[in-house]
Design a protein around this ligand. Structure first.
Ligand code: ZN
Length: 184
């Protein structure tokens, strides 16, 4: 493999990691940490990603609609911060399936509490502003999770299904540690 391919794969991996971490950090801040799972493709690059809610038997609150919408929007917003606007714009033209899916789901949820398409758009925009602020305020938690997740990838640690996984309990620990550091 050429050095360029390797570099691109690394960049793609980091991008996917930041995207999924964005979802997970925001869910954790609302009291419901998610597992982060990355599924590498056969060619070694990073493929799809799954966010599993923590086991439902655990006594965790359900996310409110507002928290759920913000959690959905958090993936692309975390990527935006990681990549910078220019690079994201390039990706938006092509490989942006994950983010489009998130956006469609966020708009679907928002439509339940808004009377018109314009109202829905405005509400989603308002949620986006909130989630951006939340991510900026807790960016050290995002970075701490990214270090851990990329460490798992580099260490070659995989689940039985061949995925890279950061369990919700560990996600919560890392986020809490980061929050304590911020206060101190
Ligand atoms: Zn997403």
């Amino acid at each position: 493999m050429s050095a360029t391919n390797k570099g691109m794969r690394r960049q793609r991996l980091q991008q996917v990691a930041f995207h999924e971490i964005g979802h997970s950090v925001v869910a954790t801040l609302y009291g419901r940490p998610f597992d982060i799972t990355i599924m590498p493709r056969d060619d070694g690059s990073t493929g799809g990603v799954v966010l599993d809610p923590t086991p439902r038997t655990e006594n965790r609150p359900h996310l409110s609609r507002e928290a759920e919408i913000q959690t959905l929007l958090a993936g692309v917003e975390a990527e935006r911060v990681f990549l910078g606007r220019e690079q994201l714009g390039r990706r938006e033209k092509g490989d942006f399936g994950l983010a489009n899916y998130d956006k469609a789901r966020a708009e679907g949820l928002a439509s339940y509490c808004c009377n018109s398409p314009t109202g829905t758009k405005r509400y989603v925009k308002e949620m986006r502003v909130k989630v951006k602020k939340l991510l900026r305020e807790n960016w050290n938690a995002v970075e701490a999770l990214a270090n851990e997740l990329i460490g798992i990838v580099d260490g070659g640690i995989r689940t039985a299904g061949g995925n890279v996984k950061l369990p919700c309990g560990r996600v919560q620990e890392i986020v809490e540690e980061a929050l304590e550091k911020r206060v101190a």
